[in-house]
Design a protein around this ligand. Structure first.
Ligand code: DOR
Ligand code: ZN
Length: 336
């Protein structure tokens, strides 16, 4: 008998679903194996009002092919007033902060971290229990951008000690170190950053489908991330950062940042955790920690994964997934 593993209520705490035709393509792929996901707001234009949230969540629900998937909605950070936040609190789980211009569709983000101008928003979020999710990169040299952002995390953590701050898609040993320095800092980790380094992206032939922000770093950074994830550190959650771009936008001069992993994320996680003899910790990494950190009670779902080869499709619609055409060691064998 093939080895198998049952995961209950897997959650993807960082997901790009886009809109329109792309939403129709990718929403069913996530809702098939996940109980829910934290939905990123970097649409064009970004998700910024209560009406935007309500309408976008309705479009997501219409695009899903199952009714046991919860889209946990986020707003695009700007300095919102206390009254606005009180009015929107029941419709959102978190607010996502992008520094201006650091990644796809982040042009409307924050251009200076001025604590006083952010105070009303961040204090109200602390009081209402709205989580702040942060894309933590400066606009410095590409390999140093995340490490340079650590002083901003410290400033936010110290000034707003009751605010839950999630360092999104961490990629460096410096971010791993920061996690235990402040009680109110948490982190998500993608599956691709557990598997690849910059060498896989650009060490040989350029691999555009592995190009993302933050860019994959050094082997010692990847190993620091692995150490956190494999041991299911209680402040760390899985967030795929699965970010679909059509093939022509990736295989082009001026390749957009984003790795598409949603339909193979659980299979890849099994591969990584199994290779290190840590399958027992995957449930905490992919669900339990997130439920505790966010205080959410996920839709019931049981996903059985089996150690049986799975050939990754070359394309899902217009999008090329990570590991396209390759054989994975684990496959999804049942979803209940
Ligand atoms: O690689 C990335 N792609 N990183 C992000 O922060 C945004 C995302 C996207 O929206 O494509
Ligand atoms: Zn993202």
């Amino acid at each position: 008998m093939n080895q198998s593993l049952t995961l209950t209520m897997p959650l993807d705490m960082h997901l790009h679903l886009r809109d329109g035709e792309m939403l129709g393509l990718v929403a069913p792929l996530s809702s098939y194996t996940f109980s829910g996901a934290l939905i990123m707001p970097n649409l064009v234009p970004p998700v910024k009002t209560l009406a935007d949230i309500r309408e976008y969540s309705q479009r997501i629900i219409a695009a899903m092919e199952s009714d046991d998937f919860e889209p946990y909605m986020t707003l695009f950070y700007q300095n919102y007033s206390r009254d606005f936040l009180i009015g929107v609190q029941d419709a959102i789980t978190a607010i996502k902060l992008y520094p201006s211009g650091v990644t796809t569709n982040s042009e409307g983000g924050i251009s200076a971290f001025d604590i006083e101008s952010m105070r009303e928003t961040l204090e109200t979020m602390s009081e209402l229990g709205i989580v702040l999710c942060v894309h933590g990169e400066t606009n410095g040299f590409v390999m140093d951008r995340e490490a340079e952002f650590m002083s901003v995390y410290e400033m936010l953590a110290v000034n707003f000690p009751k605010l839950k701050i999630v360092m999104e898609h961490i990629t460096t040993a410096q971010a791993v170190e920061m996690l235990d320095k402040y009680d109110n800092l948490y982190a998500t980790i993608t599956v691709h950053h557990l598997m690849i380094t910059l060498d896989d992206v650009a060490g040989g032939m350029l691999r555009p489908h592995l190009f993302c922000k933050p860019i994959a770093k050094r082997p010692e950074d990847r190993d620091a991330l692995l150490n956190l994830a494999l041991n299911a550190h209680p402040k760390v959650m899985f967030g795929s950062d699965s970010a679909p771009h059509p093939r022509h936008a990736k295989e082009s001069c001026g390749c957009g940042a984003g790795v598409f992993t949603a339909p193979i994320a659980l299979q890849l996680l099994c591969e990584v955790f199994d290779a290190h003899g840590k399958l027992d910790n995957l449930q905490a990494f992919v669900s339990d920690n997130a439920q505790r950190i966010y205080g959410i009670c996920a839709e019931y779902k049981e996903v059985v994964l089996t150690k049986q080869p799975f050939i990754v499709p070359q394309m899902y619609g217009s999008v090329v997934p990570m590991r396209a055409g390759e054989t994975l060691a684990w496959s999804v064998s049942n979803v209940d």
